[in-house]
Design a binder for this molecule. Sequence first.
Ligand SMILES: [Zn+2]
Length: 315
Amino acid sequence: MDPAGKDRTTEHKARVKRLRKIIIAAVLVMLILPTVLSIVALARIGSLDKQITQLTDLIVEMNANMNLSVHESQEPVTRAAEGPTPLQERKLSASGNGTVSSDDPYEGLKKVYLTFDDGPSQYTDDILDILEDYDVKATFFVNGHEGFEAQYLRIALEGHSLGMHSYSHVYSSVYSDLDGFAEDLYQIQSLIRDITGQECKLYRFPGGSSNAVHHIPMAECIEYLDAKGIRYFDWNVSGGDALSEPHSASQIVNDVCAQVKAIDNDTVVILLHDAAGKRSTVEALPVIIEKLQAMDNVVLLPITDETEEIQHIRP
Ligand SMILES: [Zn+2]
């Protein structure tokens, strides 16, 4: 072959090679681009989902608090005023004793229960450290959060009460139908049992029993809990720390202390949150405890079988 012909062949080969590279690159881009875009879209959907849940939480919390202030003149329903709970009835009939014991070591005192919803979180250890410093026991109404096994266990081991606050805290699935409610309850109860060995019998409804997001009648959920010997607790004092614009630590302190002082009830259940973004709650906690301990008619306790329920609704 003459040199010119050889050159043409080499050039042709090079062009074919370039073309092949371009085609391969184009195919790769066509394959990779949709995958990358899908991943980005999924991540975006995930974060939007989270924001929707947080906003719904906020609305529910506000509704519950509004309910509370609208019905301020009425005492929240307490079981003691209504007679024994099904659980107490079972205990009474089991013991064959028809009278409720009256030896209350805290008689005449305001029994104040600090409760933390939505944990465990990045703040659980801080909250537990503060409670330990002040030798105070509290109650944690927890959700199912992976990677926080040590915190569930620490809550239990340090003598605080563990309560269930649903596994998912997703209103649409917890309150979709009774099967969904039962499945979610089973999940959170099993999680607590697997980690701590405790058979948890305390519950706080996501959004409270007076929430406006349920699809099934709350009466059905309450009946279901009753049948399982599980008691639910709402609150009659709120720290206001669930708002999207979180209250400052001093606002939380002032709100809580003013409500505790004003409330005409021996049982005071304070709603606080153990959740991402609730740093001001952690900052407020030592001051809340100091101010409450300085009140001479107040005792800080964890919720137990003996605690009188505070409930927004009781069908
Ligand atoms: Zn919650």
